[in-house]
Design a protein around this ligand. Structure first.
Ligand code: SF4
Ligand code: SF4
Length: 102
């Protein structure tokens, strides 16, 4: 399942998607890699909102960032050169579970 968080407005389309089939919540890590890597605190790991029967924790975009991702991600963009693979969260995820729409 692809979980999408974000919005579109007159300036663009701002979504972060997390492939919940790939994400394992970095179960054996002290702290999930995406949570550690993000300078804006965009991610959290917890209960799957899409599949309540899933027992494994999954990464999510925090509620308070879902309607302002353009601004939350400003520290990384355009510093990454608009190369999605170079974004700290995408580069840090060992499962390749994170994607951005912009
Ligand atoms: S780094 Fe990747 S695998 Fe780990 S919790 Fe985040 S999205 Fe999931
Ligand atoms: S692009 Fe930067 S600010 Fe945005 S979610 Fe990824 S690490 Fe966090």
């Amino acid at each position: 399942m692809i979980a999408q968080y974000g919005y579109k407005d007159g300036s663009g389309v701002y979504y972060i998607s997390i492939d919940t089939e790939k994400c394992n919540g970095c179960v054996n890590a002290d702290s999930p890699k995406c949570v550690e890597a993000c300078p804006s605190g965009v991610f959290e790991v917890g209960e799957d909102e899409i599949d309540p029967f899933r027992e494994e924790p999954v990464a999510k975009v925090r509620e308070d960032h879902r309607n302002k991702l353009r601004f939350s991600c400003a520290p990384c963009k355009p510093a990454s050169g608009w190369d999605i693979e170079k974004l700290p969260c995408v580069a840090a995820c060992p499962k390749g579970a994170i994607a951005h729409s912009w």
